[in-house]
Design a protein around this ligand. Structure first.
Ligand code: GTP
Ligand code: MG
Length: 716
């Protein structure tokens, strides 16, 4: 046993004490459980917040906090990362364990999956070793019922000696009873006699010895049996946590080291082997879980999982897995493109028709000419285009993607790509962090915490930007709709557009693998670590809720962000276009400066400038491009996508320009928020810089090759 603490999870300890109480009488409740059992769903229903939920394990990586009131008391609920065990083998386990040990929750709710209680009970039993104040929430009761699994809640309660509540959190069933029970347990209105495990004579003896020594140091602060158990299990990290804890609480930690030394010597003297201990401890827990499971769960239909397995045999098969994945993605894009076109047209027509009345209204206010120009041609037009071009595709794509997520398809994607990631010497879970990146790269970067090895986590963080986020995805779609699809005719139009978007996404995945491989052969050398990925059961998504959630949470959020940044950007661009230095405007000066470089990589100076100005939020790249062209050239009436297309052509665009814009959208520096997140997660300027440079250099390189090749071949 060594004493040094090798910190794996950055900030895990900072976060754990960070429960901010509004008043001292607020009651802290921890929400623990295996991954994907519905903790965040319970959390959201109780607190009314919007933690990310979805059907795959490992979504929650931080301790989210929310509040609710019940009867006369106020509660602070802490949503913990999902873990299979608390014997701290991973960062999530450390975060969850430390919170339950030292965060001093007045009660811990363990959310379990009624359809796989046996495995869930392992964690429950471990938590019962740490704390007596436990409420067992047996969730997914609806799924269990459908699968012919009967859970004897009363029997469970008797076997474990804690209160048990059955819930179907997604439908809100049982949550009132849960709140009642939590209330009673936290306030000590129910007295509990939780099950303690007997680990066999040999272990128990050693445990008692260590426990005796620990007690002197930690006294009543921490359950010393649990600490002894962890030590015996070979986990010395807990000592560091205790140390931090004692310091935080301004308690005396002096005795700790001496006590640890004594413990170590004792272990050595008695010739106690850590691995053997570990096996014995785990075996005792597993056996107990089995026993309780046998007594309390009746599986009426042993084949309840057969259908899922049959589907998985196809969706994750070596031959069909990847083609099906690409086809599915293609279908999603196709529906998005095809469906977005008409509403986009309608919105464009509507906004264009509104322009004159709005212009008249502004003039009627008696404002000066320049202000009128700025408001109507600068701000209003920009906003119109943001809404018309971005809203329809997002309102279609996000619900579709969320449907796939809720169905449980994402872990299958990770499964299909696992082999590739292994070959790239990266972690298979990186595929999941990429899926999160589809929503937002900053969220994707945070999700990288599910990867334990620091080396593989860094690789995942640096390459996360190779999947287009909320803000960049609409650029791809609109380029495809307006330009690439627009140059073909009939049915082939949306087909080509779909292919182009699909191509860019696949390029992103390929580059992720290539760059990961290069990194792990050069500055981040190492071997891939193995892991087991859980394939959750397929779940019927709640279509209505998915629609509402993805439109409210994502579409409107992104749109709001775009509008908030686009309006001031509209003003800036308008000013830049209207202040003259010499004969030409500032805007033209800047664009002219960037133009040679832009042309070299298939674009122009205005586009490059739009990407640079888009640093705070990628959503505004297209509006800035359009605005720059509008403010310089003839004032076109932009009343349809066709008009927008013409504007671009008038400014020298060809299909190659559109392709290069799409590629550069995928491959350039992360947005401001993502960079800050990377800085925070890696605690390193060097890696933040690398995350900036790698995609940018790759983008310039790829665009250069594409542009020069197309020109050489005389394609444009
Ligand atoms: N059928 C059914 N599905 C549920 C229920 N509760 C949650 N779900 C679904 O189960 C999936 C997982 O729920 P989450 O709340 O994200 O699970 P979690 O425990 O927070 O997961 P991690 O943060 O990854 O550990 C989601 O797709 C939920 O919609 C339930 O009672 N019944
Ligand atoms: Mg969660």
């Amino acid at each position: 046993m060594g004493l040094t603490h090798q910190s794996t999870g950055k900030g895990a300890l900072d976060e754990m004490f960070n429960v901010q109480l509004n008043s001292p009488d607020e009651i802290v409740i921890a929400l623990a459980g295996n991954p994907n059992t519905g903790k965040s769903t319970v959390f959201n229903s109780l607190t009314g917040l919007n933690q990310h939920t979805g059907n795959w394990p490992g979504k929650t990586v931080t301790n989210a906090q929310g509040r609710y009131a019940h009867k006369d008391k106020k509660f602070v609920l802490v949503d913990l990362p999902g873990t299979y065990s608390l014997l701290a083998n991973s960062v999530e386990e450390e975060v969850a364990r430390d919170f339950i040990c030292f965060g001093k929750p007045q009660a811990t709710v363990v959310v379990t999956d009624a359809t796989s209680l046996e495995r869930n009970l392992i964690l429950v039993l471990q938590i019962l070793e740490i704390t007596d104040k436990v409420v067992l929430c047996v969730n997914l009761m609806d799924e269990a019922k459908r699968k012919g699994i009967e859970v004897d809640l009363q029997g469970l309660s008797e076997s474990l000696g804690v209160s048990v509540v059955g819930t179907s959190a997604r439908d809100g069933v049982g949550l009132e009873e849960l709140k009642d029970t939590v209330y009673k347990v936290a306030l000590g209105e129910i007295s509990l006699k939780p099950k303690k495990i007997h680990y066999g004579k040999e272990i128990e003896e050693v445990l008692q010895t260590i426990e005796g020594k620990m007690e002197k140091v930690v006294e009543d602060q921490i359950n010393s049996r649990w600490v002894a158990l962890q030590l015996l299990n070979g986990d010395t990290k807990i000592l560091q946590s205790i140390n931090t804890y004692l310091k935080e609480q301004e308690l005396n930690s002096e005795g700790l080291e001496g006590c640890i030394k004594e413990g170590e010597e004792f272990l050595k003297k008695e010739n106690i082997k850590q691995e053997e201990n570990q096996d014995k401890i785990v075996a005792a827990i597993v056996k107990e879980a089995e026993k309780i499971h046998k007594k309390t769960v009746l599986i009426k239909n042993e084949k309840y999982n057969e259908m899922d397995r049959k589907i998985d045999n196809i969706l994750t098969s070596r031959v069909f897995g990847i083609p099906i994945m690409i086809a599915l993605l293609g279908i999603v894009f196709w529906i998005t493109l095809e469906g977005a076109e008409y509403p986009a047209e309608a919105l464009a027509t509507f906004f264009s028709a509104m322009e004159q009345p709005i212009s008249n209204f502004v003039l009627g206010l008696g404002v000066p000419d320049w202000l009128h120009g700025m408001l109507v041609f600068g701000v209003y037009r920009t906003l119109s285009w943001v809404v018309a071009v971005m809203l329809p595709p997002m309102a279609i794509f996000f619900p579709l993607f969320t449907l796939l997520e809720d169905l449980g398809y994402l872990p299958r994607v990770a499964f299909n790509l696992d082999n590739f990631f292994k070959k790239a010497c990266a972690h298979g879970k990186q595929a999941l962090t990429m899926c999160m990146g589809f929503g937002c790269n900053a969220a994707g970067v945070i999700a990288c915490r599910i990867i334990d090895s620091p080396r593989e986590r860094l690789i995942a963080i640096i390459t996360n930007n190779f999947v287009p986020c909320n803000g960049r995805f609409p650029i791809l779609i609109s380029m495809a709709v307006i330009f690439i699809g627009g140059s073909a005719t009939g049915i082939s139009q949306s087909f080509i557009a779909t292919l182009s978007v699909l191509g860019v996404i696949i390029l992103g995945v390929v580059l992720t693998l290539v760059v990961s491989k290069i990194l792990s052969k050069t500055i981040l050398k190492g071997l891939p670590s193995s892991f087991t990925l859980e394939l959750p059961p397929y779940r019927k998504p709640q279509v209505g809720r998915v629609l509402v959630r993805s439109i409210l949470d994502r579409t409107l959020f992104v749109l709001g962000r775009a509008i908030m940044v686009a309006a001031p950007a509209g003003i800036v661009i308008w000013i830049m276009a209207n202040i003259m230095v010499g004969d030409i405007s500032i805007l033209d000066h800047c664009a002219a400066f960037l133009d040679p470089f832009g042309r070299l990589i298939g674009m122009d100076g205005y586009i490059i400038m739009a990407f640079i100005l888009g640093l705070p939020a990628n959503e505004i790249v297209i509006p800035i491009i359009v605005m720059s062209y509008l403010s310089t050239g003839a004032m076109l009436e932009l009343d349809s996508l066709e008009a927008l297309r013409e504007l671009l052509i008038d400014n020298g665009w060809t299909w190659l320009t559109a392709v290069c814009v799409m590629i550069f959208t995928l491959l350039h520096f992360p947005c401001g928020t993502t960079m800050l997140t990377i800085r925070k997660e890696t605690q390193s300027k060097k890696w933040t810089f690398a995350s900036f440079m790698i995609p940018t250099v790759t983008g310039v390189f790829v665009c250069f090759i594409v542009a020069q090749t197309a020109r050489l071949l005389g394609l444009v």
